[in-house]
Design a protein around this ligand. Sequence first.
Ligand SMILES: Nc1ncnc2c1ncn2[C@@H]1O[C@H](COP(=O)(O)OP(=O)(O)OP(=O)(O)O)[C@@H](O)[C@H]1O
Length: 299
Amino acid sequence: MLGVIVNPVSGNGTGLKVWRQIEPTLRRLETPFHVRLTSGEGDAEKLSKELIQKEGVNKIIAVGGDGTVRGVVNGIYESNQDCRFGLVPAGSGNDFARGHGIPMKPLQALERILSEQEEKRIDLILLDGKVAVNSIGAGFDAQVAKVTDQAVYKAWLNQYKLGALAYILSVIRVVCTYQPRDIVLTVDGHEVRLEGVWLVVAANIPNYGGGMLICPDAIPDDGIADICVVSGMSRLGLLAAFPKIFTWAHRHHPGVHFYRGKQVTIDAAGPLPVHADGESVAPTPLSAQVIEKRLTIIV
Ligand SMILES: Nc1ncnc2c1ncn2[C@@H]1O[C@H](COP(=O)(O)OP(=O)(O)OP(=O)(O)O)[C@@H](O)[C@H]1O
């Protein structure tokens, strides 16, 4: 049985428009399906779990952005049943879609899911009992996620399909105030003490924040998280280095270090803000682990 979870407000209303665009195609199918529209925080997770456990759904299509993906995937994860996942992108950042080569055109994305041409089993990152699909991060980027979420310009820029620009504006705002911190990073038991850290990201796919290529070598199904640490830079140095992230040139910057591993812990003298797939979660100390090939996606 097929289930569809639609976030009508994702991408500043794109979710509803996309649903209206793909609904006739789904209605023409001979197979019945269940559709649910989310109404707020936590709904995507709750509704997906209900569809799986009460309606016997074993394939869910999400219509939304990365927050909706995270919600639905957590619903699947918690149901502990075999349910495949497909996405029709309708968000502002759409990092999951970019990271897995899912078409941005709704009908093309739907067609690919319905024809089931290609399935992949991908890793998930477990943090505080919930899973992240794209990445988790602590420090500066988590603060940027928080500021972007609350910013009025996010909605305004989304209207013009300029979601990525919202992140860039937030980066500029936060770079003026954020205080880099000393942290202890432990990767698979190896402890590293790092000074003046701006951010630490553990990623499953190369891109985050609407297309920034933070961990260029991340592979979604290798059972490993790629970790990027940015440290030891002045504010101006960080701003000057920032555009390099779009072309992978940051990988050669002396203030950027990469690690790889399955188990990651981050600790600092005081709490650091943390995000999972761009959504604010509990601050550090954090302990995360990669769950290998835990989700089947249709791409
Ligand atoms: N009906 C609703 N009204 C208001 N908020 C909602 C509703 N349904 C879901 N939400 C909220 O939408 C957020 C998820 O949005 P989503 O991430 O899918 O889109 P986006 O932020 O536009 O895209 P992206 O994450 O790709 O940048 C969640 O915080 C959730 O609580």
